[in-house]
Design a protein. Structure first.
Length: 378
């Protein structure tokens, strides 16, 4: 008798790319994968029984240093751990995100697109973290990276492994149940040891054990932080141009406060060669007194007061000339300062650093749809 532990594919809520896991190098716009980064390794599809061998061969042909973006519904547990150890050996950075190959267009699942990804060519592409899945066994591969980054809009999900039991003869139900228990014990021990090896909290194992194999459990941001998967207390998306606006989304965990703050920024067309920048967050008890934004060698830009308050959200607005916005986009980072007032009027100053990844290219796209003298909606 043999027990083969596998982590099954994720539930239907997480889309599964066709075929086994594929690896290829993609190139995007400047800063598309971070400051000074425009090339990355895409790892997408189901983790099959030969995935580790393919990754080893692939990495042997690539220079170290490229970040790896995972987009996978899961698959073979052992293969995921083996690939995680490869990433640890290379001191790799791993993230969760979809790679959208431009030559594939809307036919990302077609045979022609699959052949293109296997061609060995460097492919022109874009990145998207919105709803990108790393599920089932995939997080175990992610855990192997030295630097792990999960965007606030990406999905990290796990469940109990599905055990495939291969037997000879006609064992009784009791024997099969005993084999399953032994298999689960072996899997739990190997998973626990792997988590310890990679510096990940054992709470992950508790999530796995508590989630049926025919279900899926999406990790919360609090869990991602507390388990040490991505310990950053502030995570933000790149600036993205979409539907005539430039947006950024972030999640923030403040010391001494329960839960997470959801933050959003939006550039839109305004009047007379200017953009409107809006900063929105949910009201969390304390009242915001002042907000301003600035970067190195850039003057302080004050948001208008008072903010617009609607449906428990607070929105601050700032109108700036387009050249000022372009100056901000050239900076490596921006600093957002909030002065909050508690219920007894005490002032607290909070500073947060925002990346400018994608801002220059997104503002260029916005400029193309905001002719000089246009007036945006109020």
């Amino acid at each position: 008798m043999a027990v083969l532990p596998l982590l099954a594919g994720a539930a239907a809520a997480v889309a599964q790319p066709a075929g086994g896991m594929t690896f290829y190098v993609a190139r995007g716009a400047p800063e598309s994968c971070g400051r000074g980064c425009d090339r990355w390794i895409a790892a997408e599809g189901r983790i099959d029984s030969q995935a580790a061998a393919r990754l080893r061969a692939f990495l042997g042909r690539q220079a170290a240093g490229l970040p790896l973006y995972l987009n996978s519904p899961g698959g073979d547990l052992g293969q995921a751990m083996e690939m995680g150890r490869m990433l640890r050996q290379r001191n790799a950075t791993a993230r969760v995100g979809r790679t959208l190959v431009k030559d594939c267009g809307s036919s990302a699942q077609s045979e022609n697109c699959a052949r293109l990804k296997l061609s060995g060519r460097e492919l022109a592409a874009e990145l998207s973290t919105r709803g990108a899945p790393c599920a089932s066994a995939c997080p175990l591969m992610l855990f192997g990276a030295t630097r792990r980054e999960v965007a606030p809009d990406a999905v990290l999900a796990m469940h109990t492994p599905r055990l495939n039991v291969i037997v000879q003869g006609t064992p009784s139900k009791a024997m099969l149940a005993d084999i399953a228990r032994q298999g689960a014990d072996v899997t739990d021990r190997s998973t626990s040891a792997y988590l310890t090896e990679m510096g990940i909290g054992q709470g992950v194992l508790g999530v796995i054990q508590a989630t049926r194999s025919d279900s899926i459990r999406i990790l919360t941001r609090d869990e991602i932080i507390s388990f040490g998967i991505d310990p950053r207390k502030f995570v933000d998306t790149p600036w993205i141009f979409e539907k005539g606006e430039v947006t950024k989304f972030a999640l923030e965990k403040r010391d001494g406060q329960d839960g997470l703050r959801e933050l959003q920024w939006r550039f839109s067309c305004a009047a007379a060669d200017a953009y409107r920048l809006e900063y929105q967050h949910k009201l969390d008890g304390d009242r915001t007194g002042d907000v301003w934004i600035f970067g190195a060698e850039a003057r302080r830009l004050q948001f208008d007061a008072p903010p617009l308050v609607l449906d428990s959200y607070e929105t601050w607005r700032l109108q700036m000339p387009r050249p000022s916005a372009q100056t901000l986009a050239q900076l490596p980072q921006l600093e957002l300062t909030e002065v909050t007032l508690d219920r007894v009027g005490r002032r607290f100053v909070h500073l947060e650093t925002l990346s400018t990844d994608g801002l220059a290219a997104s503002l260029a796209s916005l400029a193309a749809v905001c002719p000089v003298g246009s007036r945006g909606g109020e």
